[in-house]
Each structure stands twice: as C-alpha cells, then as structure tokens.
Design a protein around this ligand. Structure first.
Ligand SMILES: *Cc1c(COP(=O)(O)O)cnc(C)c1O
Length: 373
C-alpha cells in the first residue's frame, strides 16, 4: 500500500460537480478579480472565524504583510515571533522594514513560549506575531495579557490553523489581526494562491481593503501607496464551496489524529502534545526522532511519504544571517528542527493507511531502542 503525505485529488473528486460549477460561474460572469464571490466568501469566512472583517488577498504572506502595514508597523519597530516556523512569517515582518525578534519555543508544543516573551520586549517592540503551528493555537490568554500590559499589537499567523481554537475562541478573532493562507495544501486550500486577513477593527479592515488594491479608496483615488494583492474571483468561488466542508474535514483530521494516538499508545513513539484548552486542527501530525533520515528512507521504501516542518530554524538560514543570531541561541527550536517528522495527514486518510504508517514507524522506533541498549 502506498500512503501519500496529502491527497488533493481525492478531495477534489469528492466535491467535483460543485467546484466545476463554481469555476464555470466565474467564466460566465467574468468577475476574475475580487467581485461578488470573493465578497461572499469574505463574509462567510469572517463568520467562521468569529471575526468582524475578512479581506481576501493573493496569499498568506500578503495577508501577514498587510496586517502589519495596517497596524503601522515599519522601520524602527521590532516584532516578536518564533524561529520555528515557515519562512514566510519572518519574511513578512522583513517586508515592512521592521526587525524580527525571536523567542524560543516550548519543546512540548513547538509553539512560541509565552514565558519567554517579556524578556524580549524592548522600547522598540510594536507587536507579537504568534504562529499557530501545525494547527494548534498558541496560548492566546497569556499572549494577549502580555500585549495588553506592554501596549503591543497581536497579529496571529493562522496560516496553518483554520478553525483552531484556544480556550473556546477561534483563531482569527482573538488577536488584533490574523493572517490565513489558502495555499492548496492548507486545511482550507484554494486551487491556486490565496490568503486572507481577519480583524475586528474597522479601521484596519478599511486600510487593508485599500492596500491590497493599489491603495485606492475608489478607482484611481489612491490615498495610500498600495499593492496588487487581490484575491482572484475563481479562488473566492472555489473557497466558498470548500468552506462548507471545512468543519467536516477538520473533524476527519481530528479523528485521524486520535487513531494515530491510539496506534502509537504505549509504543514510545512521540505523539503531539495537545493542551486541554486547545482545539488542534492537525494541519500537521508530528512525531520526532533522532534518526530522521533513516526513518524517512525506510518509510519511502515502503511507499509511505513523510515531511519535515521545518528542517532549519529561521535564525540558522543564510537568508536571515543578518539578524545577528547564532546557532545555540534557540536550543528548543534547533532540536525540533533536527528531529521533527510529519506523518501523512489529510481528511481522506483511511484507517488502513494509518495502520500501515503506524506499523512502520513503531518498527523503526523499536529497532532504534534496541540499538541504543
Ligand atoms: C503557508 C504559510 C504562510 C504563507 O502562506 P502563503 O499562502 O504560502 O504565502 C505563512 N505562515 C505559515 C506558518 C504558513 O504555514
């Protein structure tokens, strides 16, 4: 049996008539950029997140970038985030001219450690950018309390966390602003590029609507120096179809995670730590091993795909060497980068596929444990 890491085709086939009709609708009405379908999706996704506003943009990176610009973050400011994330979280800070400042992760959750944030705050700190990595929300009670105390803006990187919750509240409606990605492999994926910023703040929403469309209040009335970061009509129409299934797909991911947890129980194979205040939406189901390359090779040989999210902490990437950090500065992030391994996870993953994955992983773990003795 082969087990893919994700299977976008299976999902498309499960909703093909509706998706095809949505695409045909855009071809017929020619609203290729923004338009009625995007506006309707924005309304529906805002509601889903429990946020007042949603602005569709061309990808998740732009969603982060515009969130920060709306909050007037720029040169001379510092933004606190995690070094254990996809590079886009940090790139978006860089685009604004602000300086990314890293805080190590909690090794249990892989998420920014709130207990270490205050030590990183300086007079230049303007915002905290927590990343809800793998689909698990950061401790937003702790982060919002720190932000309030120090008068900081909170921008959630919710690019992997559609539908995730902290303490009963959906991500996207907790911080001042939040960014989502609709990259095809994300929990809610477009069939191309897509993203959105959500906020409860009317002024931020107004600014982002302008900034994504050349800073124009009305056509040719450019009040801000803007960008071309609009969401396409076709993606809006497809996302509307897929949003209807998101809860069902999320529950399927959570069920699959439960099955993995049960299969690994008692084996010693590390399974994800989930806070009891968190609704994890399992964009990624993560284990870890000090023999990652061997495990990946052995899994591949059995037809099982796996992934690494992410192999190098951002402060150790050549592109961000100029931030002045060095290896050793964030030991938990570095260890996670060296050991983390993502197992196949998608809503259509079957119990049979999972049994195959678990049997292979448990066998590898046993072999390593034997060698260690
Ligand atoms: C995917 C992702 C992004 C960027 O989204 P794009 O749509 O690819 O631009 C940002 N942050 C995180 C954590 C992501 O996973």
């Amino acid at each position: 049996m082969t087990v893919p890491f994700v299977d976008l085709k299976a999902q498309y086939l499960s909703i093909k008539p509706e998706v095809d009709a949505a695409i045909q609708h855009i071809l017929d009405n020619t609203q290729f950029i923004l338009g009625a379908e995007v506006a309707a999706f924005e309304k529906e996704f805002a509601e889903y997140c429990g946020a007042k506003h949603c602005m569709g943009v061309n990808n998740g990176t732009s969603a982060l970038h515009l969130a920060m610009l709306a909050a007037d973050i720029g040169a001379g400011d510092e933004v606190i985030t995690t070094p254990f994330t996809f590079v886009a979280s940090v790139a978006a800070i860089w685009y604004t001219g602000a300086k990314p400042v890293f805080v190590d992760i909690d090794p249990k959750t892989y998420l920014i450690d709130p207990a270490k944030i205050e030590a990183a705050i300086t007079p230049k700190t303007k915002a905290i950018l927590p990343v809800h990595l793998y689909g698990q929300a950061c401790d937003m009670d702790a982060i919002m309390a720190i932000a309030k105390k120090h008068n900081l803006i909170v921008i959630e990187d919710a690019c992997q966390a559609h539908g995730s919750e902290w303490n009963g509240k959906r991500v996207g409606g907790i911080g001042d602003l939040a960014a989502f990605s609709f990259y095809p492999g994300k929990n809610l994926g477009a069939y191309g590029e897509g993203g959105a910023t959500t906020t409860n703040n009317d002024e931020y929403a107004r600014k982002i609507r302008m900034l994504r469309d050349w800073g124009a209040e009305k056509k040719y009335q450019h009040v801000l120096k803007g960008y071309n970061m609009r969401l396409e009509g076709m993606q809006g129409a497809i996302l509307r179809v897929k949003l209807k299934y998101l809860e069902k797909w999320t529950e399927a991911r959570r069920e699959a995670a439960k099955r993995y947890d049960a299969l690994f129980a008692g084996s010693g194979v590390p399974t994800p730590y989930v806070s009891d205040k968190s609704r994890h939406v399992y964009h990624i189901y993560s284990t870890r091993t000090t023999k990652r390359q061997e495990w990946q090779d052995a899994l591949n040989a059995r037809g099982i795909q796996s992934g690494i999210h992410y192999p190098i902490a951002i402060h150790n990437l050549p592109a961000y060497a100029d931030l002045g950090y060095k290896n050793g500065d964030f030991p938990h992030a570095e260890k996670a980068a060296a050991e983390q391994l993502s197992l196949p996870m998608f809503p259509e993953l079957t119990a049979e596929m999972q049994a195959e994955v678990a049997a292979a992983v448990i066998e590898l773990h046993k072999k390593d444990a034997g060698l260690a003795r």
